[in-house]
Design a protein around this ligand. Sequence first.
Ligand code: PGD
Length: 778
Amino acid sequence: MTDALDRPDPGLDLSDGFKPHTSHWGVFSARMQGDRLDIRPYGGDPDPNGIAGNFPGALRHRARIAQPMIRRGWLERGPGPDDRRGRDEFVPVSWDKALDLLAGELKRVGDSRGPGAIFGGSYGWSSAGRFHHAQSQVHRFLNIACGGYVKSVNSYSAGASTMLLPQILANYEDITKRNVTWEQIAAETDIVLAFGGMALKNSMIAGGSVSKHVERGAMAAAKARGCEFVLVSPLRDDLPEEAGAEWLTVTPATDTAMMLGIVHTLVSEGLHDQAFLDRYTEGWSLFARYLTGETDGQPKDADWASAICGMDAGAIRALARRLAGRRALIVVSHSLQRAEHGEQPVWMAMVLAAALGQIGLPGGGYAYSLGAIAYYGRRANAVPGPTLSQGRNGVSDYIPVARISDMLLNPGKTYRYNGETRTYADIRLVYWAGGNPFHHHQDINRLRKAFSKLDTLVVHDLAWTATARHADIVLPATMTLEREDIGYSGNDPLMVAMHKVAEPYGLARDDFAIFADLAERLGARDAFTEGRTPRQWLEHLYEPTREALAAQGLPAPSFEEFWQRGSLTVPQHADDGGQIRRYREDPQANPLPTPSGRIEVHSAKIAAHGDADCPGHPVWLAKTDVPTAAAPLFLVANQPATRLHSQLDFGGHSQEAKHRGREVARMNPQDAASRGIADGDVIRLFNARGACLAAARVTDAIAPGIVNLPTGAWYDPVDPDEGMPLCVHGNPNVLTRDVGTSSLAQGCTGQLTTVEVEKFTANLPPIRAFDPPGAPEG
Ligand code: PGD
């Protein structure tokens, strides 16, 4: 293995009063000196993530929420629909008053409508600690103190694939976490074909914690051994320089056609692995009839694919021949399925890997979403980690997570999901802690309308996000550095004792403390807290790990020892390929958990749903969101490199990457020149749904016909009284479409849409997103 993966681990530097802590973007130690926060990255990390540089400037930034606030209209007129949400004043109140009013409102809604009128999905990443994880806390509170809530299922990250893959291949966790690892790629793979790439900005992040960023080193090691990387993406930096990749561009959202062209070439030239298909897959013959054109008169050959995806037919054929007979790995990034018909490239890539006969071999086959996040492609821990029980939800109703605006705008309306026809609930109160829908949801102007229909919107956050600004009751939460916790992820061996580094900002309180006091007002304090203080909860949550270590005869430090030491390295499972490798070794003894027990090239179950937008095997489906005269460019709204989602956008690392205060949008020199746009100009991106400003970066790292504006710049509307205000900062979700991937998964399609771009020549409006509401300009 490479130096980068194996070098000696100097551990956490806890000298000079530095204390251990961790975050979604890496482990570090930190120290306050007066008002200054100093940070030292974890010494064992071969490639630390610069995002930690957002902490020092953010900790005491004016964007933090200093005390409980209530929207004036709600305070004076009481709960009810109100389109002044997001433009009304806020009134500072004491904690007691805020919690009394909120407890009364939860009771009113619960008594009059039942818990099924409360939406508590509260999607979002919040912070890394496993106890103060805001989403777990709010779910536990609503279950225990309010009888439950309407929840959300699946994620914005992987809405389509989490629904599809377990039905056609294996458990999601097995596919992403115990299948193909970075170690295997470094040692075994001959060629990686990465649709959407494996950008380091994504694999630098993990939900929970990550101690070693190994991806860059693994790709460099594979490359040095002779492994070839081929990137299919509109963005050249979707693979790092270390991979030395060949960059192929196709028209966005046409990868499925290209994959069909590759498989057609393999089959027509006899290069596919028929023995593998016969032994391990279900429904190949049905799919083959579609591939050859027997069912619709259209062979899906390389010429056909070329006309759709824009890649030369000869190049498609050459790529197919290059993949055949080698240890080939097919990777599809989350981004491909965060688009219209996002199920299809996920499914088709699996079929391509099956046709190559590589699934289940070390470093070969199908590594869906490898590189999307730091805990994919790594060994799994062999002991359990801390998990906060969320209690029992008394409400069974749910929505696929990205259908929130649809639900709030259309109570009682029916929609299709995974073969069912479901009905949207009538929601009166929404409770959000640890997420930012004005960052993560599509078509923000529609979301604003949806939130205006509510009686009450409650938000806990550490800063004045646009979601907080649209709330009725805003409660200030502590930032991770201001409390104790345990950092852990099931695929990272380092468990971290997260010591408190700084005092809470203003009157901010931990989500747990807020919920405990609210639960008291609803007669449920003891049930919620179980009589434990936060420190006692940490001891309690640590115990299963200690017990499992002891049961394996390994050193099992007490909680106190762990806490004093600052970290604990836990054992990990062997890198054994998990369920998929076992299936390859013996398909009869180790069937897959799919309906047939086999790899489902065709799914009888999905076919039986009868939904034309996701039939029984992968197909090319023409897109509805394609460039037009009014919106001739594709917008790629991907994950940002300088922050996690929208978190700490006001921090130094994120701010340094902006230009004239705006988020940077990248475009090809050709598209810039034809619009009279020069590098550094402020531009306006617009379409029928909305408009935002950004700063242009003109670069040939972006394919022609594409503009790339990452997510996460805080929504900053001027003229919020207008139906379609201009976001002056660069939030791409004012432009994206709020439609599901298909009837199967109803996943988020925020990655891709179409826009026009022009140079912005009017006076540049100031950025107000980080000023507390009502504050003077600054
Ligand atoms: P974050 O910015 O991480 O975004 O959406 P998500 O809502 O998770 O929001 C977390 C919030 O939690 C922040 O406001 C932070 O301040 C707050 N927070 C942090 N710690 C605490 C705490 O201890 N307590 C409380 N109460 N709050 C806390 C992410 C989502 O966006 C995801 S996962 C994906 S993959 C999607 N990606 C895209 C995309 O590719 N393209 C588009 N157009 N849109 C997307 N949206 C999705």
